[in-house]
Design a protein around this ligand. Sequence first.
Ligand code: NAP
Length: 246
Amino acid sequence: MGQDKKVAIVTGSARGIGKSIAAKLADNGISLVITDVMIDQAEETAKELAGKGVDTLAVKADVSNFKEVEDLFRKTVDKFGAVDYLINNAGITRDNLAIRMTESDWDLVLDINLKGSFLCAQQAAKIMMKKRSGSIVNISSVSGLLGTAGQANYASSKAGVIALTKTLARELGGRGITVNAITPGFIITEMTEKLPDDVKEGYLKQIPLKRGGTPEDIAEAVNFLISPAASYITGTVINVSGGLVI
Ligand code: NAP
């Protein structure tokens, strides 16, 4: 029996940008795996999105843990029979000036943001290669393009995500798989709500479009990159930042 519905895994999708991405894909009838470290919230989100008439599955997985990532993909294939799209969205910050940054904060951010994206892409690629189709979208950040004071760990991880994107695009293109990245700018979520007011105002001053982005702005870009309209686009980085980076 052929698979009629497309299936997406969105990491870190219990809330924030990941939840908006999942909601956008649900609007297109895509079956969704809501995966996060917070299972209660992931289950709540999965239930909410099922209200849009799509099949959903909530899975607890820490993307930096090889075994949990393997289980995540196994559970997805057991339920849906495939993975058509992977959105590597899970990410954290642990900001501090480089001279004060602890080794554990460096390791944690690199493990979740960069290794986590790699581990998920590795599992996704194994499944997508057999089908000779699929799309991976990695959520990087403008910090990975510019560098940001106080974010040596985060900016390095997000620059790494861009290099990972380009490498995977080269390795997987021959199997019909596209791999692209998005660099959000200043997006209003719980992650950025935590920033001091002067930092937030500083960002807004530098944005030509004069507003912070919304999670929906990122979801629209993801939706485009996995759509047939983007089938000849791979290895690229789409900057969704209101012009913060030009
Ligand atoms: P968020 O609200 O903090 O959401 C991130 C989600 O990922 C949270 O639910 C978080 O759970 C989860 N997560 C954390 N560690 C995880 C792990 N090890 N395994 C699986 N899930 C994990 O952040 P957001 O603002 O939506 O950001 C989403 C992505 O966009 C991130 O990659 C971020 O770097 C990127 N981004 C955001 C902005 C922005 O302005 N907001 C700008 C550029 C890029 P917990 O809450 O339990 O940690």
